[in-house]
Design a protein. Structure first.
Length: 445
């Protein structure tokens, strides 16, 4: 008997047997030096057998119930709810152990083995409803400075040649909420590798691979296909824009420590949205309102929130630096017009600084270029009837639009006026001349 807690001890041949149905975890922590007194709360069911000879051999089966480990090796609340653990001199084997780490519930099945240099080797899998990697990677505010990797970095250093499969209904990483995620984490010298990541984001399929050198330094590459553009734009903070269509995006994003120890995110992305509907786009809406294109095209101002604007394709490439996106070739292609944008959008401050070119009458262009006179007057070599440019600055929800001066409109537009002062009949050829009738010539015989 031990303070009212029953421990059964027996001997069978050269083995000692020990059994305790609900042994207090706090007492176990005090009695076992290797645990360092780190077990708090809860109870542990124990069945053990050992041989007190050199080398020592033992097998301990533990069934923890609501056992708290404090402090945990990763500086997070660590609660073992239930499961079965088999401890031997070679390591530990877990049979579906239910845990709660930093408020995240997961189950682990696999092995934790000892490795040279006091390190460990992990082989197994984590399963659960939701894994918040952003929260786990973030240093605890009360214990570590923002630039520190805290317990996570120490855990990385402690592990070697490890592999962990992941399967979660929801996984939060880089600010995104992925669904139906399956992936593999491999610990190798130099960092943690993320491989075979497949999941869903904004109803599209996403593939990611990359490397996590530390909590503050990582690099990811991937692609997203068949996603709903409206949901993806909302996920990255573009609440002011509502574009419906099938989205594809690919690129790479990395996070590195900059000067002063602060982390900065950089990346390169290419985007394409096929055949959709623009319902809300303040930058474009402000320009159309200023041009009054609605009267030219349909006789009424287009209200994106009501009927929307149909487009064929939206494409663009972006450079990411912190919260800022820079593009030189963002293009909206539709039957009515082509819109090109160059400049910067700050997702943090919700500000934009863009130059926008608009070429309406795309369908009309195709018609007038077939007619020589009209083609000369209006289309020119560039085969475009009309193009104009604007600067767009200010808040994303209500930007200020300013028309650029004439000299900034480009050769295609200025060329219209140049051709007005040239020979207006150049495409028609010279004036008609009287045609001489042929004269018969008699040949002498």
């Amino acid at each position: 008997m031990d303070q009212g807690n029953e421990i059964l001890v027996s001997r069978k041949e050269e083995r000692w047997l020990l059994e305790a149905k609900e042994f207090p975890a706090t007492l176990l922590g005090k009695r076992v030096k290797a645990l360092g007194g780190s077990l708090k709360k809860g109870t542990v069911g124990i069945k053990a057998q050992f041989r007190p000879h050199e080398p020592l051999k033992f097998e301990l089966v533990a069934n923890p119930k609501a056992v708290e480990i404090s402090p945990s090796p990763i500086k997070r609340e660590f609660l073992v709810s239930s499961g079965s653990l088999v401890l031997t001199p070679e390591g530990l084997t877990a049979d579906t152990v239910e845990m709660e780490i930093g408020g995240t519930r997961v189950s682990f099945a696999g092995k934790v083995e000892s490795a040279p240099g006091g390190r460990i080797r992990i082989k197994g899998g984590l399963r659960g409803e939701h894994l918040d990697l952003d929260n786990l990677l973030k240093p605890p505010e009360d214990h570590e400075p923002p630039s520190s990797d805290g317990g996570f970095q120490r855990l990385l250093h402690k592990t070697m040649d490890s592999q962990l499969s992941l399967a979660f209904r929801k996984l939060t990483f880089m600010g995104f909420s992925f669904e139906a995620v399956q992936a593999t984490l491999e610990k190798r010298e130099g960092g943690l590798l993320l491989k075979d990541f497949i999941g869903n984001l904004s109803h599209g399929e996403v593939h990611i691979e990359g490397q996590i050198a530390s909590a503050q330094q990582w690099e990811m590459r991937g692609k997203l296909q068949g996603a709903r553009s409206s949901e993806f734009l909302a996920a990255i903070g573009m609440q002011e824009t509502l574009i419906e269509g099938e989205l594809g995006i690919q690129g790479k994003v990395e996070r590195k420590l900059g000067e002063g120890g602060s982390a900065e995110t950089r990346g390169e992305l290419s985007l394409e949205i096929q055949k959709g509907l623009i319902r809300k786009f303040p930058i474009l809406a402000s320009i159309l309102s200023m041009m009054n294109l609605s009267q030219l095209l349909s006789g009424k101002v287009p209200q994106f929130s009501h009927q929307g604007m149909v487009f064929e394709k939206i494409v663009g490439t972006f450079d990411l630096k912190g919260s800022k996106l820079h593009t030189n070739d963002f293009t909206v292609q539709s039957e009515a017009m082509v819109v090109t944008m160059e400049g910067e959008i700050d997702l943090g401050s919700r500000q934009c600084d863009m130059k926008v070119g608009v070429r309406p009458f795309v369908g009309f262009d195709r018609f007038v270029t077939k007619i020589p006179v009209i083609r000369h007057y209006l289309a020119g070599r560039e085969r475009t009837v009309f193009a104009t440019y604007f600067t767009v600055k200010g808040d994303l929800s209500s930007p200020q639009v300013t028309a650029m001066p004439l000299e900034s409109l480009g050769n295609a537009f200025v060329g219209i006026f140049k051709r007005l002062f040239q020979n207006p009949f150049w495409d028609m050829g010279p004036p008609a001349e009287k045609v001489e009738e042929p004269v018969e010539v008699e040949h002498s015989r």
